[in-house]
Design a protein around this ligand. Structure first.
Ligand code: ATP
Ligand code: MG
Length: 421
């Protein structure tokens, strides 16, 4: 038997409705906030991520699916959404349009990681990016959009943690401080962090290795070392969050796993049992657009893991029953009715009704048993008499009530009586 690759999962027909549920909510929210969808290719040239994500990050160093295509080009399955979108923003000259550019995406990402609950090799992200606006109001808007997703899905027990990691100006001074701090501990750091020490000491603060953590827990705090401009931006962000009544905490340890962040960074964490951890992370990336070859323009965004969001919904028992089911199942008795039902079902579907019939020439009893299994809200059994009378007895499968409905009015009857419309 051939099985799915490790760390991937099928979204089976019995669960796809959950995905539709959250995707529909997300699309609704994005429309209200004025974000337009963007779709970029599943793979990009490897260089994009090396430059965009940063070559000292875990993602680039350990987690990328990189291969040579038949033309000998190095390509990588996208491990994250932001760099491809910035590439597209630059390549399609979206920067030449009135700003800001507010985009969202819903798509799979690929990281070579050790699979476990909420950690897959193919996973799905919802994310937004706003380019071309530098004010803290945009940071606050982006955060508020992420928080809307949780509140609109009735999720409780989540925390918003914010931090500022400064700009290249304040960070270079801080990096020197960090280096001085780590110098006496170099021998205790992991191999990767020893390299990071030279190239990008800030990255050490995102290392997951326990012994490294034990050391950097005592390192000087970046938030205490940011410049005036960055501090003012952070203060303004807090004010915006406060006027929107969005509760937050400051977590000075957040540095984020990707290199391109500046100023605002944030994470949304679930405290719910069975789904603890980071569901959403984001921040401002003021150097990235220029790094990818575009103009000096700023950006801010986040990415939310949809598998992790679904784990939260499950842990809180917030997933409603599957309402993707037929409005009506129409059984048939006899050859004439078989043909008639084919036409009737087609006509109902054409009128926007989800109608189902039997395809296995089952007995009426077996057809009704099957109708039950489909979860259909109504059913009808059509025989020669009904065809002659031009009407059918329509049964509400939940209450058992029946109504005699002329075929001409069947679509209307169902539309007015189904619960899910
Ligand atoms: P973590 O610290 O858990 O590895 P990360 O910092 O690598 O997360 P980001 O790059 O910020 O994650 O990605 C944004 C979101 O995407 C995460 O908060 C998480 O919800 C989701 N995510 C990241 N990696 C995976 C994965 N391997 N499987 C499932 N979801 C993931
Ligand atoms: Mg990670």
């Amino acid at each position: 038997m051939i099985i799915a690759p490790r760390g991937t999962h099928d979204i089976l027909p019995s669960e796809s409705y959950r995905w539709h549920l959250i995707e529909d909510k997300i699309k609704e929210i994005c429309l209200e906030f004025g974000y337009k969808e963007i779709r970029t290719p599943m793979f990009e040239s490897t260089e994009l991520f090396e430059r965009g994500v940063g070559d000292t990050t875990d993602v680039v160093q350990k987690e990328m699916y990189t291969f040579l295509d038949k033309g000998g080009r190095s390509v990588t399955l996208r491990p994250e959404g932001t760099s491809p979108i910035v590439r597209s923003f630059v390549e399609s000259s979206l920067y030449a349009q009135p700003q800001p550019t507010k985009l969202y995406y819903l798509y799979p990402c690929f990281r070579y990681e050790k699979p476990q609950a909420g950690r897959l090799r193919e996973f799905h992200q919802f994310g937004v990016e706003v380019m071309g606006a530098d004010t803290a109001a945009v940071d606050a808007e982006v955060i508020s959009l992420a928080m809307q997703v949780f509140s609109r899905l009735n999720v409780t027990g989540i925390e918003l943690n914010i931090n500022s990691i400064g700009c290249p100006k304040c960070r270079s001074a801080y990096n020197e401080k960090l280096k001085a701090f780590f110098k006496p501990h170099l021998g205790e750091l992991c191999e990767t962090c020893r390299q990071r020490y030279e190239k990008n000491p800030l990255r050490i603060l995102d290392c997951k290795v326990k012994s490294c953590k034990a050391i950097y827990n005592h390192a000087p705090v970046l938030l205490d070392n940011i410049c005036e401009d960055c501090a003012a931006h952070f203060e303004q962000l807090k004010r915006y969050l406060e006027v929107m009544e969005i509760p937050y905490q400051i977590d000075a340890t957040i540095v984020r796993g990707l290199d391109y962040y500046t100023k605002t960074v944030f994470e949304i964490i679930s405290k719910n049992k069975g789904s603890e951890g980071t569901i959403c992370g984001g921040g401002r990336y003021n150097g990235l657009i220029a790094e990818i070859g575009g103009p000096e323009m700023t950006g801010v965004g986040f990415a939310m893991g949809l598998e992790r969001l679904l784990l939260v919904l499950e842990s809180l028992d917030l997933i409603p029953e599957n309402l993707e089911r037929p409005d009506i199942f129409i059984a048939n008795v006899g050859e004439q009715a078989d043909l008639f039902v084919q036409k009737l079902v087609y006509g109902l579907r054409n009128a926007g009704i989800s109608a189902e019939r039997d395809y296995l020439s089952r007995s009426v009893k077996a057809q009704m048993k099957y109708a039950n299994k489909t979860g259909a809200q109504f059913s009808a059994v059509i025989g020669d008499d009904d065809i002659a009378a031009k009407s059918a007895s329509v049964k509400n499968m939940q209450t058992g009530e029946t109504d005699n409905v002329p075929f001409d009015h069947l679509a209307e009857f169902i539309k007015t009586n189904t619960m899910t419309r």
